[in-house]
Design a binder for this molecule. Structure first.
Ligand SMILES: [Zn+2]
Length: 361
């Protein structure tokens, strides 16, 4: 996937950097771990420090000193999950900030303006994430809104994408220009988001209409929101073949290690999830021997590495006993080391899948 700041190997896992930071992990360590693209959350960055401030500082890449690729979500998911007193209309969503209660109004056009100001390599269309369970009427109504907003997002984005701050100067010093012949004019991309709840016909309709609109890539949204896993699988299997194989296909907000492997093998190109980072801060480590809770008493004097099969900078150097001690003592290093290992584990899965796809395995 050729992006302005990076040519990204797919399938790829994208660590979530909510507020311009993948919590507890410095950017140079993310690079060492092999993270090629990270996420930023539009809702959070819009509220703090503010998208105009980020633009004035040269865009998100420059502000956070991340030379590789980035993707911003549309802000829709957080507006619906975090903010208070939402009022949804065809025009957009009025909501109150979860920080200070101030009132804000997000429309598809405004979400595009904010994302162009942030200047990630990939922006997302403004959508409504249909909750689970949602009855047929609710899912239809939600999809109607998402499709109208997709059209408006795309029109506004196409008219303004050239305003991105790194258009002439990538915004981060010494960024290697990784695009090549036939791709001389790197621009921000916009992805459409397939919704439709758990109704296969609505999902199909959503996918077909988005493909007609001709986005730069397509995401499957509204999954991993509490539905049973078989239903997640079924929906992915239904939607994937409808999305063009020559454009990125992004499954939003999943999942456990075995799930991301499975979905990557089904043909998903991109995934993101807070699980490896959030779980790490709670002491949950994903390892080749399954999940371990490092707080457990059994690790008090366990001098083996967190994951004996892992070659990450944490597993090469530290013991389970030490990680447990850091966690019990409330040391800041605890979150850092746990997160580094979990991200290495997730990124390692994708690397394995890429290798086995290359060799036809
Ligand atoms: Zn490790």
């Amino acid at each position: 996937m050729r992006l302005p700041h990076r040519t990204v190997q797919t399938p790829v896992f994208m660590p979530v950097g909510t507020l311009g930071t993948v919590k507890a992990v410095p950017q140079d360590v993310l690079e060492t771990l092999g993270a090629e693209i990270i996420l930023g959350n539009t809702y959070h960055l819009y509220l703090r420090p503010g998208h105009e401030a980020v633009r004035r500082m040269g865009g998100l890449h420059k502000f956070i000193s991340w030379p590789r690729a980035m993707l911003t979500d549309s802000g829709g998911f957080q507006v619906f999950s975090l903010s208070q007193l939402r009022k949804v209309s065809d025009e957009g969503v009025r909501f109150r900030s979860h920080l200070d209660g101030s009132s804000h109004f997000f429309t598809p056009e405004h979400s595009m303006d904010v994302q162009i100001a942030l200047g990630a390599d990939i922006a997302m269309a403004f959508d409504e994430c249909t909750e689970y369970p949602a009855d047929r009427n609710r899912a239809e109504e939600s999809l109607r809104l998402t499709m109208a907003w997709a059209r408006r997002s795309l029109d506004h984005f196409r008219a303004h994408r050239d305003e991105v701050v790194w258009r002439d100067n990538l915004g981060v010093p010494q960024v290697p220009r990784t695009w090549g012949p036939g791709n001389e004019s790197p621009a921000q991309s916009l992805f459409g988001i397939v919704q439709g709840g758990t109704y296969n016909d609505l999902r199909r309709e959503s996918a077909e209409r988005l493909v007609e609109m001709d986005f730069d890539g397509y995401a499957i949204g509204g999954l991993s929101v509490g539905e049973p896993r078989e239903l997640t699988m079924e929906t992915i299997a239904e939607v994937l073949p409808l999305l063009p194989a020559d454009k990125p296909r992004y499954l939003m907000g999943v999942g456990y290690p075995d799930e991301i492997e499975q979905y990557a093998r089904m043909g998903v190109d991109m995934m993101d999830c807070v699980l490896p980072t959030r779980a790490a801060r709670h002491g949950l480590l994903f390892t080749s021997e399954g999940r371990i809770n490092i707080k457990g008493k059994r690790y008090a004097e366990d001098q083996s590495p967190p994951d004996p099969a892992c070659n990450c900078m944490v597993c090469r150097r530290y013991s389970r006993a030490y990680l447990r001690h850091l966690m019990h003592s409330g040391e800041a290093l605890s979150a850092t080391l746990n997160t580094i290992h979990n991200l290495a584990y997730y990124l390692g899965i994708m690397e394995r899948v890429r290798k086995s796809l290359q060799t036809g395995g």
